[in-house]
Design a protein around this ligand. Structure first.
Ligand code: HEM
Length: 363
């Protein structure tokens, strides 16, 4: 596709697909030509689907909570939770990584950041999982059931956050919800709906993606003993392992935009108002950008993958996702002498064209 039809229109899906690094990069860095305002269910009304100037102002508000420094302050908590989760399975010597570590870790940390009381965490996880659960099969009924469940999940969480918002209005704390409630844009406070959308966005954008990053990285280590050995014997290589896992198995495979005017991409003319899908998974393996793109290696000096996007919408949670993955991998490698897939188990992919991950990873 990259060679023969790097930019193509798909009649069946009524959208353009873009496969080359250079073109994907061009689209993501040009929000004046390519808008993020698109209908996408639970994420509507969040910064992910906003254009400047509103996007810039909203993003500036929350940037502080996610700076590398702010995230570094969470390191102890991430280590503590990782050790606690692994303690539950250490003696057994086997586990499903998704269930035991990669799933719960990001949810617990985001709950901490938002200020969700510890007693509600299980409930919180159940409903945030519903928001990202895929359909059971490809039938229409399965998709409708999924959509209905997501709607219920989103409504439940909004109701739940409404209660917390009421509490924080009276007794502000040091958490993100209190920060959002106190913030003003052009002298005006955010509406309750905006604060709620932001809370739900953090759950949807940050949980399953980080779960898949951790799972994909560990999965790769079980498939390539050499890489596991290199990381195990040289733990400072772990950040490189995380970056390469992001490039090689991107948790989000593609990013969508809508053209704001007639544009040219890769020699093709695209009319105003068309959907454009930027295939990050393909861009990350573009031979024009990466040497030996289909080789997983810890030797890359630079790794400018696009798995967190690029430009003004660059993933807000990237420092947090990176830190969680680094702590998880470091702790796994230091706790267990060997990480090995359970023989004979077939891995089941998460059924979505835009998400890359497996439902379970028995180790
Ligand atoms: C945006 C990927 C983790 C919050 C994005 C975008 C990508 C992405 C590709 C850009 C979307 C676009 O340009 O339209 C990922 C991946 C993650 C991850 C692969 C894990 C490995 C997180 C976490 C959080 C988070 C942990 C928060 C706790 C956000 C937010 C945005 C975003 C709020 C919207 C930023 C904006 O529109 O300005 N993410 N993400 N993400 N991500 Fe992440």
């Amino acid at each position: 596709l990259r060679q023969n039809t790097p930019v193509r229109y798909d009649e069946a899906r009524s959208c353009w697909d873009v496969f080359r690094y250079e073109d994907v990069h061009y689209i993501l860095k040009n929000p004046k030509l390519f808008s993020s305002e698109r209908g996408s269910g639970t994420l509507q009304g969040s910064i992910l689907t906003m254009d400047p100037p509103r996007h810039t102002k909203m993003r500036n508000l929350v940037n502080k909570a996610f700076t590398p420094k702010a995230v570094k302050d969470l390191k102890n908590k991430i280590e503590e939770v990782t050790l606690y989760l692994l303690d539950q399975v250490k003696e057994k010597g086997t586990m499903d990584l998704v269930h035991s570590l990669a799933g719960p870790l990001p949810v617990i940390i985001i709950a901490e950041l938002l200020g969700v009381p510890a007693k509600d965490r299980d409930l919180f996880k159940t409903y945030s999982d519903v928001l990202v659960a895929g359909a059971k099969d490809n039938s229409n009924e399965a998709f409708q059931r999924m959509a209905q469940k997501r709607k219920e999940g989103s409504e439940f969480l909004k109701e739940y956050f409404k209660k917390i918002i009421l509490e924080r209005k009276v007794n502000p704390e040091e958490d993100l919800i209190s920060l959002l409630l106190a913030a003003k844009i052009d002298g005006e406070k955010l509406t309750e709906e905006e604060v709620l959308s932001f809370c739900v966005l953090l759950l949807v954008a940050g949980n399953e993606t980080t779960t898949n990053l951790i799972t994909n990285a560990v999965r790769y280590m079980t498939e390539d003993k050499n890489i596991q050995e290199q990381a195990r014997t040289n733990l400072p290589l772990i950040p490189k392992l995380v970056e390469e896992a992001l490039r090689f198995y991107p948790p989000i495979q593609a990013i969508g935009r809508v053209t704001k005017e007639q544009v040219k991409v890769g020699g093709k003319t695209i009319q105003k108002g068309e959907q454009v899908i930027c295939w990050v998974a393909s861009a990350n393996r573009d031979e024009q950008k990466f040497t030996e793109p289909n080789r997983f290696t810890l030797e890359r000096k630079l790794n400018p993958h696009l798995s967190f996007g690029f430009g003004i919408h660059f993933c807000l949670g990237a420092p947090l996702a990176r830190l969680e993955a680094e702590v998880a991998l470091l702790t796994l490698l230091s706790t267990f002498a060997k990480l090995e897939g359970v023989k004979g188990t077939e891995l089941e992919a998460i059924p979505s064209p835009f998400v890359f991950g497996v439902k379970r990873l028995p180790l």
